[in-house]
Ligand binder design. Structure first.
Ligand code: ADP
Length: 166
């Protein structure tokens, strides 16, 4: 059977080593993985969707199995349009489960031909999320163990700009 195209949706504000671990695992399973940045203006992200896409592109530069796109509509409609039949999500801990379970079942209800696949990152990334990385960066902590150098640089630039404009 032909292996399906997968879509990995999220905020990626910014992309972390946890997300990257999930993408790398997904590319072992699927021929193509589209990392899909949710626009989410209502969440007031630190990085614009354009910046979030740029960072992911920089990280996976040259990896033909990874595509990057941005969306603000219904996920299953996007997947259908791209001929993708798998959604990938990361599971860090039991605390992720309830929300993810609800989302997966809702997406299945909306389109029964699309399945959600959960991947667990390496244990060293299970405590990582973008919110905590933004917070550590904001407080001047070292984020080099959580995000690639390009993201660390952009975090510094962004936070310097914010501080200077205050
Ligand atoms: P977060 O702000 O929690 O990083 P995202 O919306 O960017 O949230 O996450 C997108 C997907 O990636 C979700 O399925 C989330 O559970 C997963 N994810 C986020 N961080 C990690 C991590 N450290 N390890 C594994 N999966 C993760």
């Amino acid at each position: 059977m032909k292996r399906p195209i997968a879509v990995y949706p999220g905020s990626f504000d910014p992309v972390t080593f946890g997300h990257i671990d999930v993408v790398n695992r997904a590319t072992e399973l699927f021929p193509k993985v589209i990392v899909l940045v949710a626009r989410n203006p209502s969440k007031s992200p630190l990085f614009s969707d354009k910046e979030r896409v740029e960072m992911i592109k920089e990280v996976f530069n040259g990896n033909k199995k990874v595509g990057v796109d941005v969306f603000d509509g219904l996920l299953v409609s996007y997947a259908k349009r791209k001929n993708a039949s798998v959604l990938v999500r990361g599971l860090r801990a039991v605390s992720d489960f309830e929300f993810e379970f609800q989302m997966a079942l809702m997406n299945r209800k909306l389109d029964p031909s699309i399945d959600t696949v959960f991947l667990m990152p390496h244990a060293r990334y299970t405590y990582l999320n973008s919110t905590i990385v933004r917070e550590v960066a904001r407080l001047g902590g070292d984020v080099s163990g959580f995000v690639p150098p390009t993201v660390r640089r952009r975090l510094q630039e962004k936070l310097n700009l914010r501080n200077n404009s205050k």
